[in-house]
Ligand binder design. Sequence first.
Ligand code: HQG
Length: 182
Amino acid sequence: MDQNMITVSKFLSKHLRHTPEILGLTLQSGGWVPVDELLAGCQRIGFAITYDELIECVESSDKQRFSFDDTGDLIRANQGHSVEVDLQLESKPPPEVLFHGTVERFLSSILVEGLKKGKRHHVHLSKDIETARKVGARRGQPVILIVDAAKMHAEGFEFLESTNGVWLTDTVPPLFLTLSES
Ligand code: HQG
């Protein structure tokens, strides 16, 4: 993604996940908003995006943060919302293990309280260690926790997979966490 697309992606993430009202939008069920209303809202607040830029942003997003619906008339953020939204994801069995990237300064709290969702709707887990490392690296030297997802699932915890491959759950109690050596 070039610098312009990174700026557009950050702008869309903010408004499609956290503050749609600033663009005069209300998220529909599934988190969808009409593309034409989104573009009009962006223009209104002085951050005009062309339709072609929007398509380029969706297609080039490194983490597939956004998607269009089948008609192409609606767009949404695939995950990461703080506003109330039903993403209509189905609960499904997770892989045996999942990973969470964080940083040293959160570890003592995490190992006592477990992983908490904070402002987000879910705890976000990665299916491979490289992705978890990148998530952790947003905050400093990454530290990786291994989540015994199979055991959690066997004990009744629910998991959802977002359309961009992030695994979501409500909480991960400490007994399911192991610190990765790598
Ligand atoms: C930590 C980005 C203390 C947790 C990424 C994390 C991801 C605790 C931070 C997605 C804790 C929350 C989500 C506890 C959790 N005590 N700290 N009990 N439980 N934490 O940003 O997982 O670029 O809400 O380890 O790539 O870092 O936005 O979650 O460090 O996919 O598309 O509290 O956001 O994607 O931070 O990242 P976040 P996250 P986007």
